[in-house]
Structures are given as structure tokens and as C-alpha cells.
Ligand binder design. Structure first.
Ligand SMILES: [Zn+2]
Length: 311
């Protein structure tokens, strides 16, 4: 070695979903340097999926080194129940994982510190530190997609709960005795306000199959049926957020996920509905998420960096 050339330190980051894996190389000072996507192929079984995650992490590290980068840590985000302290994928239905020590598998393969996190909490962490919640000390990220989930980030760290199951905002009961939810309860927020529920309720009311985004567009355009579905959706969300605010007194709700893409068509009426409900509560700010579908990957990288700094 002759040189004074210093390799750029990077984090290997992976956001594992039931159908696809977003993978990347992220500079320790923030920028995403490289991304690629792989099929999860969950049907091949949990051992094969875990092995594929390790293989891809190793390939990413190899690509980084060729470019003069030095992988110093790794972060992996997955859905389901995650024991973040022990780095274990406790249960993930769509990956088939049961008690997979994924953190240690990845760390051993790469020879660097690694972290395992929950995908929604990782996304919330990224939005809080780098995205729409930047600058606030207390942030609740709400992802509204097929389901609804939240992540509470305080002081730059997420609250996972005692059993790794915190943040199930979608299963707050907002309509007691209401529609049956797959979780076993009735009247959960998710049964009304998830993107899937918006589309389903519109189809039931009109006989027309439209996406949730289309229902929002029709509501904005003044269609009565869509407008009614959308008002019910916003009211249910406001009821859910009011409960979260009573419990956690946050500074800002960052609204993301597919339905969050509606932006002000959602945030405008949601602010009004929440403002009409608050009594003693402090009215939080409501803002649109800014990192899109890279939030999980960015959050996984942050978790990897945190593992490096605390080792
Ligand atoms: Zn439920």
C-alpha cells in the first residue's frame, strides 16, 4: 500500500418484504450510493431466505469494495415480531421466520457489526431522523397501506415495546362492535381506514372496483359516494390519532404509506378532524412522509450505524 487513499465507510442495508427485498449501500454520512432489488421468493422456505439475505449482503459488500468503499456495518429490516435487542426474527408470517438469529448470521458473514430491526420502526426512524420529522424530538410515523401501523421515535430511537410489538395503531378499536378484523377484534382502525378497506368499502357502496388512490381523487373531484367513504376514513383516522396523542403527546405525525401519498387531500381534512377532537391535548403537526419507499432501507442503514457506535 502506498497510499493515503482512504476507503469510504459504508453500511450494507436491506429492507426485506414478503415479495421483494430492497438492498443497498449507504454512506455513513447519509447518501444512498447503490440500490438493487431482489425477489424474496418466500416459498423456498425460511432457511433458504435467510441464506439468500446473507449471500446478497456479501455480494453488496464485494461490490462496495470494488468501488473503494469499506463496509463497516450492516442493517436489516424485516416485518413481523422482531427482538431487536437479541437480533432475532421471532415471527414473520410472510417470510416463514420463527426465531431466526438473523443479526448474528449477517454479522458473521460480513465480519462487521450488524443490527436487525422491524421494517415499520426502521422506516419511522429514518423519517424522524432524516425525513419529514427531522428536527422534532418526538415523532410518530404512521404508515397507511394494506394495513396501518405506527412507529414512535423519541430522541432518535424507536420504542419497540416490551415484546417487540409496539405501534399497532391499526388495531386500536375506533368503532366498538364494528367490522370483524383479521386480528380477532372488531372495529379496528384498519377495518375502515387502510387503503385496502377504503377500496373495499367503495366497492361495496357503488359496485365499482377502484384503488384507494382513485377513491381519494373522486372524493376531491366532488363525487358523493367517494366523498362519504373518504369522510368516514378521515374521521376514523382522527379517532385513532387522538388516542395516540392522548397516550404519547407527540410533536409531529409523519403520514406515509400508499394512502399517505394523497398528501393534502388527506392531511387537510385530517388536521380539521383532529383539531375538532382535541381538548386538553396539544395539537400535533401533521406532515407527509418524505422518504417514500426508501424509508425502510434508510432506517436499516441507521440501525447498522447505531450498532457500530454502540459496540
Ligand atoms: Zn385488528
Amino acid at each position: 500500500m502506498t497510499g493515503s487513499v482512504t476507503a469510504q465507510p459504508v453500511v450494507i442495508a436491506m429492507d426485506i418484504g414478503g415479495t421483494g427485498m430492497k438492498c443497498g449501500v449507504v454512506a455513513v454520512d447519509g447518501p444512498v450510493l447503490h440500490t438493487e432489488r431482489h425477489d424474496t421468493l418466500a416459498s423456498r422456505g425460511p432457511a433458504a431466505v435467510a441464506a439468500a439475505i446473507c449471500d446478497i449482503a456479501e455480494q453488496l459488500a464485494g461490490k462496495a469494495r470494488v468501488l473503494g468503499q469499506a463496509p463497516v456495518a450492516a442493517g436489516v429490516a424485516i416485518p413481523g415480531v422482531v427482538d431487536e435487542v437479541r437480533g432475532i426474527a421471532v415471527f414473520a408470517a410472510n417470510l416463514g421466520f420463527r426465531d431466526v438469529p438473523l443479526r448474528d448470521l449477517v454479522s458473521a458473514r460480513l465480519g462487521v457489526p450488524a443490527a436487525l430491526g422491524h421494517d415499520m420502526r426502521a422506516a419511522g426512524l429514518a423519517e424522524a431522523r432524516l425525513g419529514a420529522g427531522h428536527g422534532a424530538d418526538d415523532v410518530i410515523f404512521v404508515g397507511i397501506g394494506t394495513g396501518i401501523a405506527a412507529a414512535h421515535v423519541r430522541g432518535g430511537h424507536t420504542n419497540s415495546g416490551a415484546h417487540g410489538a409496539a405501534g399497532e395503531l391499526g388495531h386500536i378499536v375506533v368503532r366498538p362492535g364494528g367490522l370483524a378484523c383479521p386480528c380477532g377484534q372488531r372495529g379496528c382502525l384498519e377495518t375502515i381506514a387502510s387503503a385496502a378497506s377504503v377500496a373495499r368499502r367503495y366497492a361495496e357502496a357503488t359496485g365499482r372496483a377502484e384503488s384507494a388512490a382513485e377513491v381519494v381523487a373522486r372524493a376531491v373531484a366532488g363525487e358523493d359516494a367517494a366523498g362519504e367513504i373518504w369522510r368516514e376514513t378521515v374521521d376514523a383516522l382522527a379517532d385513532g390519532l387522538l388516542t395516540a396523542q392522548a397516550l404519547l403527546d407527540t410533536e409531529v405525525f409523519v403520514i406515509g404509506g400508499g394512502l399517505g401519498e394523497a398528501g393534502e387531500a388527506l392531511l387537510g381534512p385530517l388536521r380539521e378532524a383532529l383539531a375538532a377532537r382535541v381538548t386538553f391535548h396539544r395539537m400535533p403537526r401533521l406532515v407527509k412522509a418524505s422518504l417514500g419507499d426508501t424509508a425502510g432501507l434508510r432506517g436499516a442503514a441507521l440501525l447498522g450505524l447505531d450498532a457500530l457506535s454502540t459496540q
